[in-house]
Design a protein around this ligand. Structure first.
Ligand SMILES: CC(C)(COP(=O)(O)OP(=O)(O)OC[C@H]1O[C@@H](n2cnc3c(N)ncnc32)[C@H](O)[C@@H]1OP(=O)(O)O)[C@@H](O)C(=O)NCCC(=O)NCCS
Length: 229
């Protein structure tokens, strides 16, 4: 079915071949290119059919063939000014902070948080329930496992990915960037080392996003203990 999106999402430029699920909301100034599929059910064997939707901020670009799954436990969230290129996939319950770049073919596993200004290279793969620090560069083809804990403004490459020095091209978005990024209500998520923001601003909406990691499985718990020691 070819849909005309002008009425449903005014102020956005959406190609008629894009498929946008029933629980997707977005701000304005977004470009959604041909054959993007946004807000279809999250890929989870046991929780198949849950549809908590997708929230997209302002001025994002999804160039074409981009897939973004609906959340299962909370909304999948794409912060302002995301640039997501062809054949990239964003899994259910992922939180993408503002000013993030995701290159062609990259895959972001479910529940992962990608913090402000991070740049995910061509065909890189990020494990589910991970956290990618602000202004990090993930090299093309990298396989970012849970053991690979990223630090702000550093570069990671290889399979499994390891640190490769500072990200010389880090855009230096600061975590208190006014108007597009807020750091209130900082909490530690069980599987992440260090604090993670749970309040995110998308367009003119500020949402508190928490509780998504409460049911961490034993395997993930072991990894946390290991990487803390
Ligand atoms: C990560 C990246 C930015 C590094 O570029 P750079 O700063 O010029 O660094 P170098 O090429 O000097 O590489 C630094 C180290 O990382 C390694 N490296 C770089 N890219 C790598 C990759 N994709 N996989 C494995 N190792 C990689 C290099 O071998 C080198 O290792 P060494 O120090 O052990 O010798 C670049 O290789 C990259 O992947 N860019 C992303 C490209 C992309 O996705 N573009 C999107 C186009 S739309």
């Amino acid at each position: 079915m070819i849909e005309d999106y002008e009425q449903r999402f005014p102020g956005n430029d959406i190609h008629p071949t894009a498929v946008i699920g029933p629980n997707v909301t977005m701000g304005t100034g977004n470009y959604i290119g041909p054959y993007c599929v946004i807000g279809m059910p999250g890929e989870h064997r046991e929780k198949w059919g849950e549809d908590k939707g997708v929230l997209i901020g302002d001025r994002c670009k999804f160039t074409g063939h981009v897939t973004i799954d609906a959340g299962i436990e909370g909304r999948t969230m794409i912060g302002d000014n995301a640039f997501i290129m062809k054949h990239a996939h964003v899994g259910h319950d992922v939180v993408i902070y503002p000013n993030v770049t995701i290159s062609c073919g990259a895959k972001i596993g479910g529940h992962t948080i990608v913090q402000v200004g991070a740049n995910i290279g061509l065909n890189a793969v990020i494990h589910q329930k991970h956290s990618i620090a602000a202004n990090v560069m993930i090299a093309m083809g990298a396989v970012v496992t849970l053991k690979c804990q990223t630090r702000e403004e550093y570069m990671y490459a290889g399979n499994p990915a390891v640190e490769k020095g500072r990200n010389k091209k880090a855009p230096f978005y600061k975590t208190n960037l006014p108007g597009s990024y807020q750091t209130e209500n900082v909490k530690s998520f069980p599987h992440v080392i260090g604090p993670v923001d749970v309040r995110i601003r998308c367009g003119d909406r500020t949402l508190i996003y928490s509780g998504i990691f409460q049911d961490v499985d034993e395997h993930t718990k072991n990894l946390i203990v290991k990487s803390k020691s």
